[in-house]
Design a protein around this ligand. Structure first.
Ligand code: NI
Length: 245
């Protein structure tokens, strides 16, 4: 069940049986020469939609532009300042809380979002404490690639060159979602360099084609379907436990 394709009476009825919601959260940033720019948002929403369907869980709109300043030397990348992102996440959560949602689960596809989202959580918890709000209200952030069983599946599919940006696993998920974008051409070097990130200029010097440590030439639609299937099953269990907490 998706919030965007539900009517308000349908949401009202959902709230009678559950006060939990999943929000997919991603980024709009380069993903190497063969990966699509919406990768992180698309991975999170594909897995959230599949999990939502299987578990009959409401899935909210995808938060699809994140904190990604280090990718700004590549055309098409977009970023929020971390402070903007924290403020917007807070307003999304407070909007949902106003209707009675009290378990907000963010399924994330981008490492750069973690700090701003956790800041938003701390801000909301602090506001509630200072306002003397006694009702239990919980938020959770989970990276889809850290869902139970997914690191093991990635290792099994890609023992070498899964990488840490434009990973073979995430590119496969986007190929499954958009098969017309499947692109397995060989890249040079096959496995991209590893390293740490700082500003956008240094990033492009260190990682000239945008990848970090990955070889997405091994990505394919079939692997993407397998990852979505396993991640959705794992997500339903994780969300269920969180909603019951
Ligand atoms: Ni990514």
């Amino acid at each position: 069940m998706r919030l965007h394709t539900s009517t308000w009476p349908e949401v009202e009825a959902y709230l009678e049986r559950s006060q939990g919601i999943i929000i997919p959260i991603g980024s709009t940033e380069q993903h190497g020469p063969t990966g699509i720019i919406g990768c992180d948002a698309i991975c999170a929403e594909e897995i959230a939609w599949e999990g939502g369907k299987r578990g009959n869980i409401l899935v909210g709109p995808t938060f699809n532009v994140g904190s990604a300043q280090h990718h700004m030397s590549f055309p098409g990348s977009m970023t929020l300042r971390p402070s903007t992102m924290t403020a917007v996440i807070s307003d999304w959560v407070l909007s949902l809380a106003a209707h009675g949602f009290d378990r907000i689960y963010f399924l994330n596809g981008h490492g750069g979002n973690i700090a701003p989202v956790q800041n938003a959580f701390a801000d909301i918890y602090a506001r509630r404490a200072l306002d003397g709000d006694e009702a239990k209200f919980l938020m959770k952030l989970r990276n889809w690639f850290d869902l139970p069983g997914i690191p093991e599946l990635s290792d099994e599919l890609y023992p070498v060159g899964c990488g840490s940006h434009a990973t073979a696993a995430e590119i496969s998920v986007t190929f499954a979602a958009y098969p017309q974008k499947e692109d397995c051409r060989a890249l040079e070097p096959a496995i991209a360099p590893e390293g740490s990130i700082s500003d956008r200029h240094q990033f492009r010097l260190d990682f000239p084609d945008g990848r970090i440590g990955s070889n997405p030439s091994q990505s394919c639609v079939a692997d993407g379907k397998k990852i979505i299937d396993h991640a959705a099953a794992s997500l339903v269990k994780d969300v269920d436990a969180f909603f019951k907490s």
